[in-house]
Design a protein around this ligand. Structure first.
Ligand code: SF4
Length: 73
């Protein structure tokens, strides 16, 4: 089991996460920020629990994020 936490308010809309892990990240047409698909919002921190099969691509997305707002545990 892994957990992704995403501080969406600080997203600068660079697209990297979506390009690296498209099954989990999608850019919003409304505000240009990324959406963590399937996540729930708790006071600005979007969180989802997933199986280990998505860990590798999401760790790469987290490393690529220029503002370091994606955390994988
Ligand atoms: S890589 Fe980071 S800043 Fe870029 S779109 Fe994804 S969450 Fe936003």
């Amino acid at each position: 089991m892994m957990t992704i936490t995403f501080k969406r308010q600080k997203c600068i809309g660079c697209n990297y996460c979506m390009e690296i892990a498209p099954r989990r990240w999608q850019m919003s047409k409304k505000d240009g920020r990324s959406n963590l698909i399937g996540a729930t919002d708790k006071k600005g921190f979007w969180t989802i629990k997933l199986g280990e099969e998505e860990r590798e691509e999401n760790e790469r997305a987290a490393s690529a994020c220029p503002v370091k707002i994606i955390e994988i545990r």
